[in-house]
Ligand binder design. Structure first.
Ligand code: FE
Length: 341
C-alpha cells in the first residue's frame, strides 16, 4: 500500500467517525412520568436502537406550558402525559403530529388511541370509590351516581371539578346518563361535600381515613401505591378504608389512560416513532405499567404486580376513550354550572 492510499483510508475513517458522531440518534422526551422502573425502560430502548434518550420530566401542566412557550423551536420529539382529557386538549391545541404505524395500530386497541394517530394509550387506570370502613355501609355507594344520593349528605370529598381526572369522569357520566342528568348529579354531589374540593387523590384517601370525609374518589394506582408502601402511617390509612369498583351492575367503572404521541415540530421524527413503537412492546409495557401500578394496554403484555392483582377483576366501562375525551369541554361546563370548584 502506498503511503498516500493509507493516508486516504485513514482520512476517510476519520470522516466516517465524524459523520457517525454528528448523526448520533437522539430522542427528546417530554414526560410527566417519573418512576424507578423508567431507568430500565429507557436503557433498554437505547440498547436496542442506539438512540439516546434526553428527558425533560415535569408535571403535566408544566410540560404543556413549556411546549407551548417553545413553539416551533421546541426540541421535544415525544410528549407523554396522563388522562384522556389532557391528551384530547393537547390534540385540539395542535401539539401532536399524526403517526402512521402498522405496529402501533396492531398493538394498541382502536378505542385507546386517537383515530388520527395523534396519541396512543400506553397504560390504563380505574377511577374507584373509597369509603370509610366503620361509618359507611358499602351498599350506600355502589355507583358514581350514588355520590349524589341524599343518604350521602356531608360525606363526600373530591378534588376540584376542573381537574382532568374529574372532567373525564363527569364526561363519562354525561355520556351514559345524558347532559341534564349529569348536571343534576354534579350539583347534588357538590351539595353532599364534607369540605370544599381540594388536594390530590391520595389526599382524598387520607381524608376518608382521618374521618374528615366518608366517601372519596381516587385513581386506582394511588390506592395500590399505599398498598405497596412500607410506611406504618400508610398501613393505618388502608386499615380504615374500603375500595369499591363503581357501577358494576350498570355501565362499568370509568377507566382512563396515560399516553402520548409525536410532537408536531419533532426534530427527530424517526426516533419518535421508534420510541412510541417500543412503548407498545411487551417488555416496555410491563415496565411502563408497573412504574405507576397501572395495567398495560397491550393484551399480550404481562405486568406482574401482586398488589394490583389483589384488587381483583372488575367490569370496566366499554365506552371508547374518545367518547370521553371529546366530552371534556362539556364536562367543564357542567362542573362550572354546578359550582364544583
Ligand atoms: Fe395521577
Amino acid at each position: 500500500m502506498r503511503p498516500t492510499t493509507r493516508a486516504l483510508i485513514g482520512a476517510s475513517i476519520l470522516l466516517l467517525c465524524g459523520a457517525t458522531q454528528a448523526q448520533e440518534k437522539v430522542l427528546n422526551l417530554y414526560s410527566s412520568r417519573h418512576y424507578d422502573t423508567d431507568e430500565a425502560l429507557y436503557t433498554n430502548f437505547t440498547k436496542t436502537t442506539g438512540i439516546r434518550v434526553n428527558r425533560i420530566e415535569l408535571g403535566d401542566e408544566a410540560l404543556l406550558e413549556r411546549l407551548r412557550n417553545e413553539g416551533a423551536n421546541s426540541p421535544a420529539d415525544v410528549l407523554l402525559i396522563v388522562d384522556a382529557a389532557r391528551l384530547h386538549a393537547a390534540e385540539q391545541g395542535g401539539l401532536f403530529a399524526p403517526v402512521k404505524s402498522a405496529y402501533l395500530d396492531k398493538r394498541i386497541p382502536a378505542d385507546l388511541r386517537s383515530p388520527a394517530g395523534h396519541w396512543y394509550a400506553f397504560s390504563s387506570r380505574a377511577r374507584i370509590i373509597v369509603v370509610a370502613k366503620d361509618s359507611v355501609p358499602v351498599k350506600d355507594v355502589q355507583t358514581y351516581e350514588d355520590l349524589a344520593a341524599p343518604r350521602n349528605r356531608g360525606r363526600v370529598c373530591t378534588r376540584p371539578g376542573s381537574h382532568p381526572y374529574m372532567l373525564s369522569l363527569v364526561a363519562a357520566v354525561a355520556a351514559h346518563d345524558g347532559e341534564a342528568q349529569a348536571e343534576a348529579w354534579a350539583r347534588a354531589t357538590v351539595a353532599n361535600m364534607a369540605r370544599p374540593p381540594r388536594g390530590g387523590d391520595t389526599d382524598q384517601i387520607r381524608a376518608v381515613a382521618s374521618g374528615e370525609c366518608a366517601i372519596a374518589l381516587t385513581n386506582s394506582y394511588y390506592f395500590v401505591r399505599l398498598m405497596r408502601s412500607k410506611k406504618p402511617e400508610d398501613r393505618e390509612v388502608l386499615d380504615k378504608v374500603v375500595a369499591i369498583w363503581p357501577n358494576q351492575a350498570t355501565w362499568g367503572t370509568h377507566v382512563n389512560i396515560s399516553g402520548g404521541g409525536m410532537v408536531r415540530t419533532a426534530p427527530n421524527k424517526e426516533s419518535a416513532v421508534k420510541f412510541l413503537e417500543y412503548l407498545a412492546s411487551d417488555e416496555a409495557q410491563a415496565y411502563f405499567a408497573n412504574g405507576n401500578n397501572e395495567w398495560p394496554v397491550v393484551k399480550s403484555a404481562v405486568a406482574k404486580n401482586p398488589e394490583l392483582e389483589s384488587l381483583g377483576t372488575f367490569k370496566a366501562d366499554r365506552l371508547p376513550i374518545m367518547e370521553i375525551a371529546t366530552r371534556t369541554p362539556l364536562a367543564q361546563k357542567i362542573v362550572d354550572r354546578a359550582g364544583w370548584r
